[in-house]
Design a protein around this ligand. Structure first.
Ligand SMILES: Cc1cc2nc3c(=O)[nH]c(=O)nc-3n(C[C@H](O)[C@H](O)[C@H](O)COP(=O)(O)OP(=O)(O)OC[C@H]3O[C@@H](n4cnc5c(N)ncnc54)[C@H](O)[C@@H]3O)c2cc1C
Length: 404
């Protein structure tokens, strides 16, 4: 007799297990050899970027290749609908896939599954020609995009944006500056959010429209080089940029509401990365703590060190359970406003603590640019800011509990 467990299962189904095995194979056969070919240019963070922060051309070529091959193999945007070239996999499968890739640690494999440069549910609002021109090539990994919301004067308080779009005849004229926009230097087109109706008429979240703006239609401003992700973010400068009416993505004045309805997915994906990379670091820590000797014993025999690993394992276990449950709730169509904020905050905070302990456990070699630890620590720090800061996530939880 099959045990029902009250209807709950945490086991990946057969299809998901096959996908995870194929991801492992893809990384071994396609990604690792490409990293090896790049050699020092990839291994040494100082050689990966030019002095102004731009990513070295050969690294960008390798990133493009990994993305396209991953799309051809059916991985890259497998959570997107089949009718546009995806594979319609569930949020649970997508979570496991994101986590599995992240378990390999930082590297070219980070570009194997669609991230901020790839198709998101917002882009599924593409209509008519937009489908062939933007959505489908993005799902095939042939084109990349950028999600342009943040501005110099607004980040968390995005609805207070200053960028405007004014209707003139059949066209819209966009003015403003976006900053910290991931993939701005390399994208084929950006999804630019602009105010189309003043806040006092449309309300705080109304009056914002998303426009599809081609790369040759906007200027690139300064680079915004975050330590640990140099070369990937930059300003988008919109100086009287004219786009036709049919470049509106989704509904006019409704873009912010649309974007908010997809927040949970972004938080799930980012948390999955945090959970996977934490596992990777914990494995390295366990091994090192067993091998490295000080005062005649492996350092793992000292309680202060073993506690770091044990607490890391416990936090990672709890974060993963929260992520799996969130993905399942999303598949069930349940409301996940509070759960996605809890998960994003907890998984990234945990990643940060584990990454910091990983540096500590490895001593001076933890600080070395030849070891992976500082790179993970920088990324962990970044993940606590992007897709809603720690404070914004905790505000959401407080609001959901009747406070604030
Ligand atoms: C590597 C990287 C990639 C990024 N990619 C993109 C991208 O692709 N597209 C995009 O649009 N943006 C992107 N961003 C921007 C990112 O989304 C913002 O940095 C983030 O939303 C925070 O905004 P801010 O930096 O302006 O900080 P602010 O909003 O100015 O916040 C500053 C501090 O005040 C706190 N704070 C603000 N409001 C409150 C409040 N109500 N209660 C308590 N504390 C509060 C914040 O938590 C933070 O600690 C990226 C940023 C980085 C670093």
């Amino acid at each position: 007799m099959t045990e029902q467990h009250g209807g709950v299962s945490f086991a990946p189904d057969e299809e998901t297990r096959l996908i995870l095995d194929s991801i492992d194979e893809f990384i071994e056969q396609e990604v690792k050899p490409r990293e090896k070919e790049l050699g020092e240019t990839f291994d040494n963070p100082r050689l990966r970027n030019a002095p102004n922060g731009a990513v070295a051309d050969e690294v960008i070529d390798a990133v493009d290749e990994v993305r396209r091959k991953s799309a051809e193999a059916g991985f890259y945007a497998m959570n997107m609908p089949e009718e546009y070239g995806g594979d319609d996999v569930s949020n649970v499968t997508w979570y496991f896939a994101k986590r599995r890739v992240a378990e390999k640690g930082r590297g070219l494999s980070e570009f194997m599954l669609a991230g901020p440069e790839g198709p998101k549910p917002l882009l599924l609002q593409a209509e008519g020609e937009q489908v062939e021109r933007y959505l489908e090539p993005c799902i095939r990994g042939e084109k990349t995009t950028a999600f342009a919301l943040t501005e110099p004067s607004v980040g968390s308080d995005a609805p207070s944006m200053k960028t405007t779009a004014e209707k003139k005849g059949d066209e819209w004229v966009l003015n403003g500056t976006k900053q910290w926009i991931t993939n701005a230097p390399h994208c084929d087109f950006a999804q630019v959010f602009a105010r189309t109706t003043p806040q006092d008429e449309a309300g705080r979240y109304g009056g914002i429209t998303c426009f599809l703006v081609e790369r040759d239609e906007f200027e690139l401003g300064s680079r915004n080089n975050a330590v640990g992700l140099e070369g990937l973010q930059a300003e988008i400068v919109l100086d009287d940029v004219r786009v036709p009416n049919d470049r509106i993505l989704g509904t006019r004045d409704g873009a912010f509401y649309n974007a908010m309805s997809f927040l949970s997915l972004g938080r799930l994906e980012l948390g999955a990365t945090a959970v996977g990379m934490s596992r990777h670091l914990l494995d390295l820590c366990k091994e090192y703590a067993g091998d490295r000797e000080a005062f005649g014993r492996p350092i793992g025999k000292y309680q202060q060190i073993s506690n770091m690993v044990a607490k890391g394992r416990a936090r990672n276990y709890a974060a993963d359970a929260a992520g799996t449950r969130l993905a399942w709730q999303m598949d069930e169509g349940q409301g996940t406003v509070e759960q996605s904020s809890i998960f994003k905050w907890f998984a990234t905070d945990t990643f940060w603590q584990i990454a910091d302990d990983a540096v500590q456990i490895h001593g001076a070699s933890g600080l070395s640019e030849d070891s992976p630890f500082m790179e993970h620590l920088h990324l962990a720090r970044i993940l606590r800011i992007v897709e809603g800061t720690d404070e914004i996530q905790l505000n959401t939880v407080a609001k959901q509990n009747g406070l604030l």
